[in-house]
Design a protein around this ligand. Sequence first.
Ligand SMILES: [Cu+2]
Length: 328
Amino acid sequence: MYVHSRNALACLAAAFVLSACDGRQSVLAPSGTDALSVFDLARVMFIGAVVLWLLVGTLFIYVTRINPREMSRRKAEILIVGGGVVFPVLLLGALLVYSLPLMNAPRLADEGLRVHITAEQWWWRVDYELPDGTRIPSANELRLPVGTRTGLVLNAKKVIHSFWVPALGGKTDMIPGRETFQSLQPVTAGVYRGQCAEFCGASHALMAFETVAMEPEDFAAWLEAEARDAQPPATAPARRGAKIFAREGCGGCHTVRGTDAVGQVGPDLTHVGSRKSLAAGILDVTAEDFADWIGHTDAIKPEVAMPSYDFLPREDLAALGIYLEGLK
Ligand SMILES: [Cu+2]
C-alpha cells in the first residue's frame, strides 16, 4: 500500500514536471496576449494565497507554541476582528480589484480576417474568411498572424466540443446550433498545440491541432498559397496515387481543389501535405503516415467516420501516401 501510494506520488510529480517541459501546450508558457493576462492573474493569486497561508500559519504557531498564555479579552478581540475580518476583506478586496479589469479586457477582434472553426467528430473544419467575403477552406490546423487579434467563429456539428490553445488563450465551448466566439493574439511566432477540451466521444483525446503563429508577411504568403488549387502530382508514383484516389471514391468525402474531388464530409485535402500534423494532430505528415492512416483508420482513431481501406494492396496505399504528401 505504502509502496503503491509512493509510486502514485512519483507518477504525479513526473506528470507535473514532464508537462512543464514542453511549452507547446501549456498555460505556464504563455505566448498570446490572453494567455499572458491569465498567467499574470494566476501568479498574483498564487502569491497572494502563499502570503496569506504563511501569515495564518505563523499566527497559529505563535499562539499555540511560542506564546500559548491566555490573552486579554481586548487583545483576542483585536486579533479576531483584525485578522479574521479586516485583513481578509482587504486582501481579497485588493485581489478582486486587480482581477476584475483583466476579465473585462477588450476581446473584440481587429477588423479583417475571420476564421470559422467547426468541431466535427473528431477533427476541425477550418475556414478563413477574408474581409471581401472570400472563403479559403482548410482543416486540422490553425494559422494566425502575430500581433493581430484574429476573430474565431466557433461551431460544432453533433455534440459539444471545446476549443483550447493553452499557450495562446482561454477555452471556449463549441455548441451545435449556437455560434460562439473567441479571438487570439499571438505575441511570438511558433507552433502551439491545441486540444479539444470537452469530452466528445470515443476519440476525444485524439482530436488536437497545431496552431502556427506566423510573422504577418509569412502569414500573408501562406494564406495566398492556401487559396490556390492543388498542385498536380509531379512524379509517376504520385500520379498513380491520384488515380487510386479517384478510383476509390475518396473524392466523395474529400475536396482537393482543382480536381474532381469536391466531397464535404471529411477534411479538405488540397494542401494536406503542407500541414504540421495529420488526422487532427496525431500523426506526422509523411507518405508512410498517410498510408498507415488510410489502411488503419479505425485502429488509429476508434469510431472514426472514415472507412479503413485495409483491403487495398500495400503498393496502392503507398502510392496514395506519396500523392497526398505531395499536396503542398
Ligand atoms: Cu472532444
